[in-house]
Design a protein around this ligand. Structure first.
Ligand code: SF4
Ligand code: SF4
Length: 395
């Protein structure tokens, strides 16, 4: 199976979620990329949306139902052996959680109109990957492990940990449920975590034909992948290569320093220089959103500089950290999602709220990602607090 080095990316302008227009765009892009009915004939096709949490589509945190609708419309005209929608969201991988995500994210109502089924099989397969640089064995949800063709439907978002959630990051959802937190705990270093993501996306592309359709019609800016705000960008990007798509996607939202893009470049999978990616269709450069809000964890400035370049205890002091806000309702979701088990519920002023012991925190920001009411902020300590602490320590 090819891993799709140096694959082209099809780019098409579109400013609204109009299923008919999206269908036409996908047909054109498929044609330009050599994807035909034969690509799906008698194949087990699995569509992997991004359903990170049960949120309705207007929040721009999950895959657009209209793009799924358009894709299923096209597949209805071909002869695949089967078409299954499969995803493992951010929390536990259970029939109940899948049902809730399919319903709330608008996926069920669309799927019901077509020759496709929703996955409720919560088993996984152990898959060896001797070519993996960082991980040589993954547990993969069964439909993806057994697929002949995987069509990934990411949405373009910022991401507090990785900087950007695009085509490569979407494959993290093939890891069953809470095992995602184990991978966060195993790879607290951002470089290692990104290398793991590249291994994972490569593994999927080694086992099955892959097609990646990135929804950049409306993305998420700010504290993505769940706590940011929708922001119009105006395009759909399609490629067999998740790495080539991300090289261009990072330019669209000015997400500089995305480590998985650098890692893919270092491995020769796709250049991190978007000018070197072959583009078919519209010119993405006119869509670059120069003031796309980046996550708080990635903001630079003087304290960011100090954190990066001072190292040691000073660097640690300025590291962005999760902070529980006053709106916490004590639901415990962050407690369950923390890979280092460093969050607990405590009583304060007659209510239960979350409390973080930062000593053990690896800054994975899973807690922020999965808090249903976005009560967790990412903050850096300021220069003034640093000076005050230094004064106190010297007394
Ligand atoms: S911070 Fe969010 S996820 Fe954690 S207990 Fe409070 S409301 Fe729930
Ligand atoms: S407290 Fe939040 S950021 Fe820290 S390790 Fe736990 S989930 Fe990750």
């Amino acid at each position: 199976m090819p891993i799709y080095e140096n694959e082209p990316v099809a780019v098409s302008y579109i400013s609204e979620y109009d299923t008919e227009k999206i269908t036409e765009i996908l047909k054109t892009q498929f044609g330009n990329l050599g994807i035909t009915g034969e690509s799906f004939e008698n194949k087990r096709v699995v569509i992997k949306p991004n359903l990170i949490m049960k949120k309705s589509p207007e929040y721009a945190a999950t895959s657009s139902p209209e793009i799924l609708d358009a894709l299923l419309d096209i597949l209805d005209g071909y002869s695949p052996a089967s078409v299954v929608i499969a995803e493992s969201s951010g929390g536990p991988y259970t029939k109940q959680s899948l049902e809730a995500a399919y319903n709330v994210c608008g996926i069920k109502s669309v799927t019901d109109k077509h020759n496709a089924t929703l996955n409720f099989d919560t088993t996984y397969k152990v898959v060896d990957f001797s070519d993996g640089k960082t991980v040589k064995r993954f547990n993969i949800i069964s439909p993806i492990a057994d697929a002949d063709v995987v069509i990934s439907l990411p949405r373009l978002k910022t991401h507090s940990l990785t900087g950007m959630s695009g085509a490569v990051k979407n494959y993290f959802g093939v890891i069953p449920g809470l095992e995602k937190f184990e991978l966060h705990a195993r790879f607290p270093d951002y470089n290692d975590f990104s290398s793991m993501l590249v291994d994972l996306a490569t593994l999927v592309a080694t086992r099955a034909e892959t097609i990646n359709i990135l929804d950049a019609i409306v993305g998420m800016e700010g504290n993505g992948p769940t706590g940011g705000s929708p922001r119009r960008i105006g395009a759909i990007l399609t490629s067999r290569s998740a790495f080539a798509i991300d090289s261009i996607a990072k330019e669209l939202i000015c997400a500089h320093g995305v480590l998985s893009v650098k890692e893919a470049d270092a491995r020769g999978l796709a250049s991190a220089d978007a000018d070197k990616i072959s583009v078919i269709g519209d010119d993405y450069k006119s869509l670059i959103v120069r003031d796309f809000k980046q996550p708080d964890s990635k903001k630079r400035g003087l304290v960011g500089f100090l954190q990066t370049f001072s190292g040691g205890a000073i660097g640690e002091y300025f590291r962005p950290r999760p902070v529980i806000g006053k709106s916490c309702i004590g639901c415990g979701e962050c407690v369950r999602s923390c890979p280092k088990e460093t969050i607990s519920l405590v009583s304060e002023k007659n209510k239960r709220i979350a409390s973080i012991k930062l000593d053990n925190c690896i800054r994975c920001f899973c807690c922020q990602e999965l808090c249903p009411i976005h009560a967790i902020e990412v903050k850096r300590r300021g220069i003034i607090s640093f000076i005050n602490r230094a004064k106190r320590d010297n007394k």
